[in-house]
Design a protein around this ligand. Structure first.
Ligand SMILES: C[S@@+](CC[C@H](N)C(=O)[O-])C[C@H]1O[C@@H](n2cnc3c(N)ncnc32)[C@H](O)[C@@H]1O
Length: 299
């Protein structure tokens, strides 16, 4: 079943302003110097999004992944984050505020930092998306989750950490290379036992899961890769009535609103959005988080 893809990271084209940014470049994604207002005025009394000596102890033990020290409470999105929803009108200042007021476990922050150094880092879900996915797992009482598109494992970790001890997340990806980090962080996060990784083309893997586990055998699916419509249809079969399908990138950096004829990905996502609007098999909500995430509850 294992296969190693020869393709490169970064299948999703980066936003034009996201490219060639060195991890230590303090510019934001609009290419501007991070304004002083990005520096937090919030006292460093919590352990999220802070680096440096006053950050609270790492609940998962010391890590060699931490970057160089920064003033306590400093927040420089261009430096530590892989994707900022600027295309959706969020300002760096407000986004910085948002990040200071969500809970991102230390291990996920470390995974984000470790991912920032590798090609395709912009593909990772944002911290607030991770928090939402984890919360959704809790809200619907999910025990079985399937994820299409693992990359270095941020979203899978976030969901697996929210699953009960006997919960299971089946993680699908065809590219072995980023999975090395994913495996490492599943261990660090203490969720490795909950994750079943299947390496190979996701369509094939989903068909196999349908055959092995049957219709309606999952509580939730998270789709984070192209060919969304095909994955959506298969996920609808896998997820039970009342279960949830979360589809990432449905605003696609805003490009779905006016897709160019050559922008196949934006056109495909726009078509999916149009289809979902009328799809009576699900209740839906499109959320402007990350670059858009649509939640579909199977009726
Ligand atoms: C957007 S990334 C996933 C990001 C991940 N959810 C996270 O939070 O870091 C998409 C992933 O889908 C994988 N992928 C692309 N085409 C695939 C296919 N046909 N089958 C399975 N995985 C595929 C890529 O290797 C990539 O790791």
């Amino acid at each position: 079943m294992l296969s190693v893809s020869g393709t490169l990271f970064g299948r999703r084209p980066p936003h034009p302003t996201e490219t060639k940014r060195h991890p230590t470049d303090r510019r934001n994604l609009a290419g501007q110097r991070a304004p002083v207002s990005l520096q937090s005025t919030v006292p460093c009394h919590h352990r999220y999004h802070t680096r440096g000596p006053s950050a609270a102890p790492d609940v998962h033990g010391p890590s060699s992944l931490s970057g160089p020290g920064h003033p306590p409470g400093s927040l420089v999105p261009g430096e530590t984050l892989n994707k900022i929803p600027l295309a959706l009108g969020m300002t760096p200042r407000v986004y910085g505020y948002l990040l200071e007021h969500i809970r991102e476990p230390q291990v996920l922050r470390q995974l984000r930092e470790a991912t920032a150094a590798i090609s395709g880092a912009h593909m990772q879900v944002t911290p607030e998306q991770g928090a939402l996915l984890g919360l959704l797992v809790e809200v619907i009482g999910a025990r079985r989750v399937v994820e299409v598109g693992v990359f270095t494992g941020y979203s899978s970790c976030a969901m697996a950490m929210a699953l009960p001890p006997d919960g299971q997340l089946v993680a699908l990806d065809r590219d072995e290379r980023p999975l090395e980090l994913a495996r490492r962080f599943w261990q660090l996060a203490g969720v490795a036992d909950k994750v079943e990784l299947r390496v190979g083309p996701a369509l094939q893997s989903l068909e196999q899961l349908l055959e092995r586990d049957g219709l309606g055998s999952y509580d939730m699916a998270f789709i984070d890769k192209r060919s969304y419509d095909q994955y959506y249809e298969l996920s609808l079969k896998l997820v039970r009535p009342g279960g949830l399908i979360a589809i990432d990138n449905t605003l696609f950096y805003g490009r779905v609103a006016e897709p160019k004829a050559s922008d196949k990905a934006a056109i495909a996502l726009h078509q999916l959005n149009v289809k979902l609007l009328d799809d009576q098999r699900v209740s839906i909500s499109m959320i402007p988080i990350g670059d858009g995430m649509t939640l579909c509850r199977r009726r």
